[in-house]
Design a protein around this ligand. Sequence first.
Ligand code: GLN
Length: 537
Amino acid sequence: MSNTKYVFVTGGVTSSLGKGIIAASLAKLLQERGFSVTIQKLDPYINIDPGTLNPYEHGECYVTEDGAETDLDLGHYERYLNIPTSQANNVTTGRIYQSVINKERKGEFLGKTVQVIPHITDEIKRRIQILGETGDYDIVITEIGGTVGDIESLPYVESVRQMLWEKGEDNAIVIHLTLVPYLAAAGELKTKPTQHSVKMLMQSGVSPNILVCRTEHEISDDIKRKLALFCNVKTEDVIQSIDAETIYDVPNLMLDQGLDEVVLKKLQLSSPLKPELKVWNNFLQKHKNPKHEVEIALIGKYIELQDSYKSITEAFIHAGSTHETKVKVRWIHSESLTPNNFEKQLDGVNGILVAPGFGDRGIDGKIKAVQYARENNIPFFGICLGMQMAVIEFSKNVLGLKDAFSTEMKKDALNPVINLMESQENVTEKGGTMRLGAWDCKVEKGSKTYNAYKSENISERHRHRYEFNNDYLEQIETAGMKATGTNPKTGLVEVVEITNHPWFVGVQYHPEYKSTVLKPHPLFVDFIKAALKQSKK
Ligand code: GLN
């Protein structure tokens, strides 16, 4: 039996209140107090994971070390805590039902009728406790996706109710995040939506221990008392979460409100350490007071929903802070970049990043952006599909292989410089079947990549089916694009660079997933440095 304590975070009134950021901020404060903490997200949808979801539906699909395709909140957890998450940190209703149905087919329920209660709720509780039972964590914070009152959240709320009963009040608590809206016409903050959402939770047998109230204005002590009285909590357990300038302010705001203290008190835990947030505040100070500014063009096909590139824009913030530089993003839809307008659209940027993606929509625009960066000595960073486009552009325009393409977009390309990986040839199912998660890469000494990492041996996370076609390696290298990073076992090209260029790096992997506040990613740091140099020209 482990002594792990459980904190559940539920949401009420509306979605998008930032449960993930509150959970991550609390975890950060507890970590600073010396506890080992992890955060888990339970998502009430039927997809097994977000891997097959269109980014327009769900934002970025975040990938863990062990190759799980997960919710983008896991990215926040890693960026705040600087520790990796795994398969166990994201569970969906689809996955819960899949396990239960698999067991039923194996006859494991011994003839019993399989039901939401107890079978689905048991499986939910098992998944919640998997992390606790590793013995690695003092505290597991579980964020319940969705909003209380949704039909699909009911089995989760019931599982929480059961766990509170089983573990006892010293070992499991609920934080309910709500909205306290400001009615301009009345000039007042309104508590009624919070009262209703707490009532809804109570109808399911769960009484929240702590309320965190999102608000645009300071919540007075009177309103806190009112909320406490009607929601059955102590006044000190009503925590205000006022709108912040940046999500990275939230740990400090929660510290000022004493969220960590009330949580520890309820869980009967104590620590001699006070959260200092030293490195964090140093990062924040530089982020908020930049001395320089660069503008980076981000070329992608999902830019209408900027959450599709969450880890990339956060990595810009981390790297920007390192250089005391504000990184302004010029969002460019790849479909809008045409041979007639690309010069105008890209004019004046200090760096160009061609983003990951799938399928052929907007491909020509991406190739044009690469060409512009290459010919005008603009720092270029290609990630996954962006790297593949760099190889295609170079093959077309420098090697003169007019028909160079990826077989993803053109099955019968005469020069398939990007090709389906051999291991993918017999893959028919779409879910969870890409080359996923962490793989080793050997970096060539003296390359830009080596100079950034200061190491020959790196490991980075992947999510792709296509690869650099090594049949073209010699030709491409002779013409000036070098493979400076390769998989030591398979020889698969992981990094390409153009030597005769200020900063031109394409990576088959996703460096953005590993950038954190404490450890900004070396390639992003170096890219921003190059952009800064470009801006001074
Ligand atoms: N579509 C490309 C592939 O599957 C690139 C994927 C990506 O950018 N993540 O290889």
